[in-house]
Design a protein around this ligand. Sequence first.
Ligand code: FAD
Ligand code: SF4
Length: 465
Amino acid sequence: MPNMNPKKCPMPEQAPDVRNKNFEEVTLGYTAEMAIEEAQRCLNCKNKPCMTGCPVQVKIPEFISLVAEGKFLEAAAKIKETSALPAVCGRVCPQESQCECHCVRGIKGEPVAIGRLERFVADYARENSTEKAVKPESNGHKVAIVGAGPAGLTCAGDLARMGYEVTVFEALHTAGGVLVYGIPEFRLPKAIVANEVEKLKAQGVTVMTDMVIGKVLSIDELFEELGFKAVFVGSGAGLPMFMHIPGEALKGVCSANEYLTRINLMKAYKEEYDTPILHSKAAAIVGGGNVAMDAARCAKRMGAEKVYIVYRRGEAEMPARLEEQHHAKEEGIEFMTLTNPVEILGGEDGRVNGMKCIKMELGEPDASGRRRPIPVEGSEFVLDLDCVIAAIGTSPNPLIRHTTPGLDTNRKGCIVADDEHGITSKDGVFAGGDAVTGAATVILAMGAGKRAAAAMDEYIKNKNK
Ligand code: FAD
Ligand code: SF4
């Protein structure tokens, strides 16, 4: 008999006024008892509607049935059949708009907490499994991966399991992409990402950090001088956009990417690190996505008394996950929606001391289908601030496209690749993740890496027929 409680089993978490002063994980995870109770809410639907919302087709009802029976390691193995990074996805995937929004339990109550169960199972397996990763026998072919984010790591793992000799070239000093330099520790502990990278290494994947492809080596050199048979480009979309308003060059203005990289990758929040960072008293984060929420929550934890989210549309249009919006508000972040910055103001010392904003109203839908924000005449006002963080989007870094002849990109600077296989205009070069789609999600990047791995295998086999 299923558990017919209309509500999800609640997730234990740190109290808001405690967690907004530390960088430890906000949500604490289910216990085994909570996981079983929640798994018993699943109806094990024959037509598996939840699976239709999962970009990597995790066998959701099957793994949840195993959790309900207390078979946690078997449940982990079931998820691993299709998903390479379940401990990451269980924490950061937007389940509310993917698997959980298709769950039939959501019709008369809350959907089954699929994400929380995935996280529980992955954490349980990491802590309790004694299974050792094995290095498959080599098939003698070398493949290269550019970028160690979720797209590159997933592609690397799949190719390694097929017997390829895989080398991942990563520009930064640590592998993980946005998972380590963007998403903060309090949402995704870095030890979890490091553990996944170590597992890949145990399967024979070589990870070379501090290797900027396009500077140290070009993609052509990977083929011609190093003998790689195919290359996957998963270089992400790490180039921040700016607002192009007066005052953007003042001290105290930065991109969310730079702010988060200093805090996460360069550990500016730890006293023993000497990474320079602005300890703001009042900060405005411009934007309404996950990146804006992360930057705002970091600014609060770095000691800011006032932190504003300044967003030109309404709350209903905000692209950030609902959970992130909810957590940010609980932590004391003030949402100033229907508000747009006009000018950043500075003192004689060249530092930010305010931001002139204008109120907005929503007009007809624009090309993106969202209602267009229109300035309300005469509604300007000034916010007192000492820091402005731009979180209004990113695009791919132009280095790869400038150094790779024959690789087509579109007007947004994204690599043109087919969605099914990641095939690009250049022979032997495949691509996926944010480098192709522009800033998107972890699970979509993983799905693209997976599909490209299968296509690269086929490509190399055909070449060697
Ligand atoms: P990335 O993760 O960007 O990895 C690309 C890697 O390539 C990087 O490590 C980069 O250093 C490396 N690289 C770039 N150029 C080169 C080069 N020339 N040579 C070698 N290496 C190179 N998604 C969610 O699903 N849920 C969330 O909650 C969420 N929150 C986010 C919060 C923040 C702050 C940010 C920035 C993004 C967030 N996202 C979230 C989006 C998600 O993280 C990305 O969509 C995803 O990481 C894309 O994966 P990727 O592998 O394509 O690229
Ligand atoms: Fe279980 Fe919901 Fe999926 Fe049905 S839709 S199998 S109840 S998780």
